[in-house]
Design a protein around this ligand. Structure first.
Ligand code: UDP
Ligand code: MN
Length: 646
């Protein structure tokens, strides 16, 4: 997962450099969950990928497309690989229309040819392409070129997708207890909405096939396709033809809605909801394969309670070899930048000792199922969101604050194809940041400042047009929704507001304003001075209580921030996880005012810069105070004293 989506602004050279450095992933395992975070490094030297036992936040990894395998250890026993591989998939029939774009005979001929060619070692035309890291060693040069072109266009392996059966079996990743669960025959009906913008035809057809084969036919009322103004020709006439074929077999099952301009994924989901007619809607990406028994738990839960918004559990289909990676069940949350992330399962869930029990979740990742009318009553989704992002957290907050609930259902599993890159957007962070401000302004009351802090934006005049939010504010009023303060205390206590932030952003010394304090290499504990780029490794937060956080904002119970400390000896400052620093009694409190020195309250030494000789770069050191002055990018009054937070 590349983390440049998180980086504000687009400064091509820097972006490239930072992206290169950002490929290093930091792992952290704690208690029940293994989380992976894309860590951005300000320090641009290349270090080997390495593991660290700190800093576990999963940021908004394109909803689901994470290079992570999220394992809940403790009481969750996953079926063994063999057990899963033995899983019979013989309930899946192969409908005539699901035979793919390539004629069977042609396919056999090609496979034969490939087998013969296997012995020949082909020159690797794209040694640096992520497509060929694990896959494609047998391909001829011509095939490699075709596969690479398709990969560039779609972000996943369309060459392989076109050659896999549309009704391919996938491992049943449910807990054994889910497989034993019985559901009533009499459940609400279901509309499945698949939204797409320039997805590959075989991918869309495989999604449709999986839905038809793995949803009880008496419950599946319709599949609504929403084309968000794809430019891909194949998705026009050809797709209409395919729809006709399906409908000849299953009258009225498939519908298509086509946008006349690109409206973004939120609006595509809304259009699908508008066109749907069943009791329940499941709004999915078009690059999914639903797994066995995915629908019954959803329909049964919504039958019990129409105010529950549901997320299935996602497994990950790898973008290159289409293998399915099982993900552990987790709750869906977010950080203060509103990137989504996985949260450990709540203790109350474990206490139930029922693996099939719904998991109360603060938010959703994007894909959702809901009672169609109830979803309308609470305002569907915020159509003012642009392109990508934000809509999931907006729904999460709205549902909880306005009287609904969100649950992840462990027995409902959907395999989601990851992408190596998104063909429709180069820099996600611009859309995500803008959409995050919409969410903050409508739903977060004074806690909205945390979002500004996390994105390193000034609270006054951030210079971002987040559009008109008046109708969403009216909706909030009309529904008589609770405050964000209620939400954070009752639904998401894991997310920690920092009510004492008084300064944030980059930190410059007046002796040299081209360089900024930077967290330095990660893993590692030595902050450095580095050319200013203002991405998260250079985000610093100064609290009125004296702590100075470096390297972005984490602020969740299980992913604590990193604090600047003075070891008291030697000439280097040291960064330690703040909770550890407290435990170890490190010197972690600082005196600082805009334009003055940064002095450790205990040691009375100052954070300063020195040159070892006139031509060497500035180093960040701890030494006796010589009167050096520092400025932090943004200052703010003690915002936590505002009344809304109490
Ligand atoms: N999509 C869309 N319009 C857009 C961008 C995306 O309809 O402008 C669709 C896309 O084809 C996919 C879904 O929205 O089916 C979610 O997008 P994506 O899978 O890229 O997001 P992710 O799952 O990575 O969060
Ligand atoms: Mn997706």
């Amino acid at each position: 997962m590349v983390s440049w989506r998180r980086l504000p602004g687009l400064f091509p050279t820097m972006l490239f450099l930072v992206s290169t450095a950002n490929i290093f992933l930091v792992f952290y395992v704690k208690n029940v969950i293994q989380e992976l975070k894309k860590e951005s490094h300000g320090y641009l030297e290349v270090h080997p990928p390495s593991f660290s036992h700190e800093n576990a936040v999963i940021e908004r990894l394109e909803h689901l497309e994470m290079y992570m395998h999220n394992i809940s250890a403790n009481s969750m026993k996953k079926p063994s690989h063999n057990e899963r591989m033995k899983q019979k998939e013989d309930d899946i029939k192969l409908p005539e229309e699901s035979k793919g774009e390539m004629h069977q005979a042609e396919k056999a001929k090609e496979e034969d040819k490939m087998k013969k060619e296997k012995k020949v070692v082909h020159r690797k035309l794209f040694p640096d392409s992520r497509l060929f890291k694990r896959w494609g060693a047998d391909l001829t040069e011509e095939q490699q070129t075709t596969a690479q072109d398709l990969f560039t266009k779609y972000g996943y392996n369309v060459y392989l997708s076109d050659r896999l059966p549309l009704d391919r079996p996938i491992p049943d990743t449910r807990y054994p207890s889910c497989k034993e669960k019985k559901y009533s025959h009499d459940l609400p009906t279901l509309s499945v909405i698949l939204i797409f913008m320039n997805e590959a035809m075989s991918i869309i057809l495989r999604a449709i096939t999986s839905i038809i084969n793995r949803t009880p036919s008496h419950l599946l009322k319709e599949i609504v396709l929403v084309d968000d103004y794809s430019s891909n020709e194949a998705l026009k006439g050809n797709l209409d033809e395919q729809i006709k074929n399906y409908n000849a077999k299953h009258p009225g099952l498939l519908k298509i809605v086509r946008h006349q301009k690109r409206e973004g994924l939120t609006q595509a989901r809304i259009s699908g909801w508008e066109a749907s007619t069943a009791d329940v809607v499941a709004i999915l990406d078009a690059h999914i394969e639903v797994n066995v028994g995915w629908a019954e738990p959803i329909l049964s839960r919504i039958k019990e309670d129409r105010t529950v918004i549901i997320s299935p559990v996602f497994d990950n289909v790898r973008f290159d070899d289409f293998e399915l990676l099982e993900y552990a069940v987790a709750a869906d949350g977010f950080d203060w930048a509103l990137w989504c992330l996985y949260e450990p399962l709540p203790r109350e869930w474990y206490e139930l000792k029922d693996e099939t029990a719904p998991v109360r979740s603060p938010s959703i990742m994007g894909i959702l199922a809901a009672h169609r009318v109830f979803l309308g009553e609470i305002g569907v989704l915020d159509g003012g969101m642009h392109i990508y992002g934000g809509e999931n957290v907006e729904l999460g907050l709205r549902v909880w604050q306005c009287g609904g609930q969100i649950e992840v259902l462990p027995c409902s599993r959907v395999a989601h194809l990851e992408r190596a890159h998104k063909p429709y957007l180069l820099d996600f962070s611009i859309a995500v940041r803008r959409n995050a401000l919409r969410v903050a302004e409508v739903w977060m009351d004074d806690y909205k400042y945390m979002v500004y802090f996390a994105w390193n934006l000034p609270v006054e005049n951030p210079g971002i047009d987040y559009g008109d939010v008046s109708s969403r504010k009216e909706l909030r009023k009309k529904l008589n929704c609770k405050s964000f303060d209620w939400y954070i205390k009752n639904v998401y206590p894991n997310l920690i507001p920092l009510t004492t932030i008084v300064g944030y952003g980059t930190m410059k010394n007046t002796l040299n304003e081209n360089i900024c304090i930077d967290q330095g290499p990660v893993p590692g504990n030595t902050p450095i001075m580095y050319g200013c780029h203002a991405y998260s490794p250079q985000h610093l937060f100064y609290l009125s209580t004296g702590e100075m956080y470096i390297g972005g904002l984490r602020s969740r119970q299980n992913t604590v921030d990193r604090c600047l400390t003075d070891p008291g000896t030697g000439d280097l400052p040291f960064i330690e996880q703040c909770n550890e620093a407290v435990k170890k009694g490190l010197n972690m409190h600082w005196d600082f005012k805009q334009g003055s020195s940064v002095m450790n309250k205990k040691t009375r030494r100052c954070l300063e810069i020195v040159k070892d000789n006139p031509s060497s770069p500035d180093r960040l050191v701890m030494q006796n105070c010589s009167g050096q002055k520092w400025n932090v990018q943004h200052t703010v009054k003690d915002w936590g004293k505002r009344s809304a937070l109490r």
